[in-house]
Design a protein around this ligand. Structure first.
Ligand code: PEP
Length: 254
């Protein structure tokens, strides 16, 4: 079992409504059964729904933005900067989600700058990395992850507030979850990369989450792997099944 505190993140993506934000917070998030000494729980609604969650949450659940600006405040229409998120009391952000990379053209360097910006404003950054199906089939998964991590390493020395979310793109929203063995092997390679390129402390201390079709049916088995420190959950984070995923992590750690 991992010695690190687990983290379970819920990424709502571009889903939800004001009514859903309030009812899901009251009916599911506020009833999650976990000990915050074992597990950090972080939910990431859209920026519009975030205040409704924030206002209703009462169960040691943290809030994250799904994205932050490449820039500081100023004439950047449509962007929300890390300093604004900090000012609004938000202590976590995602960066580098594969949808940001593939649909919105974020480069490895953009993701690295966004990660640096979040860290600069005292946020814990859930840095998402992962390979496409063709890259997995071509045997270059570890190279792709190393390239995405190296871009961040160029801009960030202190990794103590980075959580890595390994999310194979072929597993996101597809129902094709990585096997525990495949996820473990890749997480171990990420940890080796951290040891070689950041520090032994970073390798030992950085939480590496698995993301990609995590559900109440597979979470309990995945979390038994020694290098899996929790999950980043998309679809199932909008459903009552999120309760079972958090509970599986809490029970395994307890
Ligand atoms: C995600 O979007 O980060 C994700 C892992 O999605 P899903 O759980 O739906 O595969």
């Amino acid at each position: 079992m991992s010695l690190r505190k687990y983290l379970v993140g819920g990424n709502w993506k571009s889903n939800g409504s004001m009514a859903f934000a309030k009812s899901f917070t009251n009916d599911v998030l506020n009833k999650l059964a976990f000990d915050p000494k074992n597990v950090d729980v972080v939910v990431s609604p859209t920026n519009l729904h975030l205040p409704a969650v924030q206002a209703n949450i009462g169960n040691n659940v943290n809030i994250a933005t799904q994205n932050i600006s490449l820039t500081g405040p100023g004439a950047f229409t449509g962007e929300v900067s890390a300093c604004m998120a900090q000012d609004a009391g938000i202590r976590y952000t995602l960066t580098g989600h594969s949808e940001r990379r593939s649909l919105f053209g974020e480069s490895d360097a953009d993701v690295a700058t966004k990660t640096k910006n979040g860290l600069m404003f005292d946020m814990t950054v859930l840095l998402c990395i992962g390979e496409q199906l063709a890259e997995r089939e071509g045997g270059v998964t570890n190279d792709v992850n190393a390239r995405q991590l190296a871009a961040v390493r160029e801009q960030v020395d202190d990794w103590s507030n980075i959580v890595i979310a390994y999310e194979p793109v072929w597993a996101i929203g597809t129902g094709k979850v990585a096997t525990p063995e495949v996820a473990q092997e890749t997480h171990a390679a990420i940890r080796e990369w951290l040891a070689a390129n950041v520090s032994k402390e970073a390798a030992d201390g950085t939480r590496i989450l698995y993301g990609g079709s995590v559900s109440d049916a597979n979470a309990a088995e995945l979390i038994t792997q020694p290098d899996i420190d929790g999950f980043l959950v998309g679809g199932a984070s909008l459903k009552p099944a999120f309760h079972q995923i958090v509970a599986a992590c809490n029970e395994h750690k307890a």
